[in-house]
Design a protein around this ligand. Structure first.
Ligand code: ARG
Length: 268
């Protein structure tokens, strides 16, 4: 099967950094997501509105014109963890972080500039792993941060754990969400994810979540945003084949594999 990653930025309307993914087919919402033809309600899919007060560490990345193109998680007052594919090749001055705001059309919270973008040095494409980046903010934010899963936290990654994914990405309407949405999805086993994605799934750098029947998932525009188990950051939305499709769970960056890297950035 031809595997394609979404041309993430096109969706985003921003200039596309060469996110030429060797793989095709993963990511873009398709006719299968059409609520008129899909019996399963697919919105972030299966999501519902979330209060930013309950998830104060959830932020979004915006272009200088305010266009939301990815999510992120506040891991220190001045550091945001996100997906590498969201910011690879970007200059810090072209990215803003919006925090404390659940309504993209509102003015709550703060918009802060970025002074530095660290992308994992081994990152190539989302499907090959290392899809993690850390942004340094121009000013510290007054919002609660989220703890990182540590590499020793195997129990957090157990199959069947309920994980909450958050974001402003594409819903079943085919457009991105005005409001922050949340959805709960079970973590899958490595075998389930390998069955879906073959060698693109790397259990050392990724974790999958979703129901066998699909219907609930992250989607385009949610990338970089948090996947949370027991109040701890276990994943960052990374990729998938379409969204909410049966047999194709969402794939997330496995935060526990990068704790030391992220902490080094927090300390820097
Ligand atoms: N790559 C997408 C983004 O940039 C996220 C895709 C997630 N897909 C999924 N089926 N969970 O926003």
């Amino acid at each position: 099967m031809a595997i394609t990653l979404p041309r993430l930025r096109t969706l985003l309307g921003a200039s596309l950094a060469a996110v030429s993914l060797s793989v095709t087919g993963f990511g873009v919402a398709t006719a299968a997501d059409d609520p008129a033809t899909d019996p399963i309600e697919t919105r972030v899919i299966g999501g519902e509105r979330a209060s930013i007060d309950d998830y104060p560490y959830t932020v979004y990345l915006a272009t200088s014109t305010g266009f939301q193109f990815c999510g992120g998680a506040l891991v220190a007052p001045d550091k945001v963890a996100t997906a590498a594919h969201c910011v690879d090749g970007d200059s810090p001055s072209s990215v803003d972080v919006v925090a404390g705001r659940e309504d993209k059309q509102g003015t709550a919270g703060e918009v802060v500039g970025v002074t530095d973008i660290w992308v994992h040095p081994d990152y190539v494409t989302a499907t090959s792993g290392e899809d993690v980046a850390v942004l340094t903010l121009e000013t510290s934010l007054p919002y609660e941060t989220i703890d990182l899963a540590s590499s020793a936290d195997d129990a957090l990654y157990a199959q069947g754990n309920s994980a909450t994914v958050l974001g402003w990405g594409t819903t079943e309407t085919g457009s991105s969400s005005r409001y922050l949405l949340e959805a709960v999805v079970p973590l899958t086993s490595d075998a389930t994810c390998s069955d879906a994605y073959g060698s693109s799934y790397g259990s050392d750098s990724m974790i999958c979540a979703g129901y066998p029947e699909g219907g609930i998932d992250a989607c385009q525009g949610d990338s970089g945003g948090p996947l949370v188990v027991d109040g701890v950051l276990v994943g960052l939305t990374s990729w998938g084949r379409g969204c909410a499709q049966a047999g194709f769970p969402g794939v997330y960056t496995r935060v526990g594999a990068y704790t030391a890297d992220i902490e080094a950035q927090i300390a820097s």
